[in-house]
Design a protein around this ligand. Structure first.
Ligand code: COD
Ligand code: ATP
Length: 271
């Protein structure tokens, strides 16, 4: 089963792409935002921790039970330490729920599953998926779409900018991508790109017969070996010097490669 990691920035169009993948292409979707709500819903250990940490007077609504998500958002998107704290509560629980759902879809014999995770790269989950799809728009359009989106209560420009700033820049996320969906155009433009991406993934899984994923499913040792190869390939691609440089990594190895590139260009002159 191909595990597709779908990511991007807040408001770049991940849910819009998920909807297309689910309704048009029948792919199962695991939505991290939904799981992140479930794991701090009333009655969970996550809820108790959040209420105890932030204080019921700040984050519980007037009904005495429901969490005031806007109030929590105002705290955590302004304060990196508080964001780190809530991530520490939510992320391990979301990861566990995701693994359970992936297993469920694998047992069902699905050929692929989509993980819609806004923080796929930030949280390091990109290492565990076979495809990394980044939904991209410019920062200007991103802000515009967040502000235009119907939400209750609507986000102010300041709140939207605080959320954007709390995430890794989209340009850096692009350097991890195995597929990029440019959502700067119309919904029809996006749909064409989604169709093309699905066709590519299907090809990789054995085309219309799906012989390859069926073999992996029916013979688990083959499936396991294929999964390891797939993870190694994702990891290897991410180590490529060009990708590392473009996301600003300047460790020794990257610098040496740049220097040797320069040497070649200068006809071997000493630098
Ligand atoms: C702070 C909370 C309560 C605000 O809830 P609210 O309903 O207003 O927003 P919602 O959950 O729908 O998130 C909207 C978007 O905000 C961005 N976002 C959410 N949490 C984070 C975070 N910790 N860091 C950066 N961006 C985030 C994502 O792009 C997400 O799609 C909520 O976002 C939360 O619990 N966040 C911490 C857990 C988390 O990281 N969730 C993201 C998926 S794992
Ligand atoms: N191509 C498009 N043209 C116009 N509007 C769009 C397009 N794609 C998405 N939108 C709109 O932009 C807004 C943000 O899209 P969406 O909710 O899919 O983003 P998201 O990445 O899932 O956001 P979040 O990180 O908050 O979950 C929505 O109101 C959506 O309808």
């Amino acid at each position: 089963m191909l595990v597709i990691g779908l990511t991007g920035g807040i408001g770049t169009g991940k849910s819009t792409v998920s909807r297309l993948l689910s309704t048009k292409h029948n792919l199962p979707i695991i939505d991290a935002d939904v799981l992140a709500r479930d794991v701090i819903a009333p009655g969970t250990s996550g809820y108790d921790l959040v209420v105890k940490h932030f204080g019921a007077d700040r984050v519980v609504m007037s009904d005495g039970v429901s969490l005031d998500r806007a109030a929590i958002g105002d705290i955590v998107f302004k304060d990196p330490e508080e964001r780190k704290w809530i991530n520490g509560v939510v992320h391990p629980r979301v990861r566990k729920a995701m693994v359970q759902q992936i297993l469920k879809y694998w047992i069902r014999g699905e050929w692929a599953v989509v993980l819609d995770v806004p923080l796929l790269i930030e949280a390091g989950l990109w290492k565990w998926v076979g495809e990394i799809v980044v939904v991209y728009v410019s920062e200007k359009l991103q802000l515009q779409r967040i502000l235009d989106r119907p939400s209750n209560p609507p986000l102010t420009e300041e709140q939207a900018k605080a959320r954007m700033a709390s995430q890794m820049p989209l340009a850096t996320k692009l350097t991890y991508a195995t597929s990029v969906l440019d959502n700067s155009g119309t919904l029809a433009d996006l749909e064409v790109q989604v169709d093309r991406a699905v066709a590519k993934w299907k090809d990789g899984q054995g085309g219309s017969s799906g012989w390859w994923w069926r073999l992996c499913w029916l013979v688990p040792p083959v499936g396991l070996a294929a999964a390891w190869i797939c993870l190694l390939r994702t990891w290897w691609r991410s180590r490529q010097p060009a990708r590392r440089r473009s996301r600003g990594e300047t460790d020794g190895r990257g610098e040496r490669i740049e220097m040797s590139d320069l040497r070649k260009r200068k006809g071997g002159a000493r630098l």
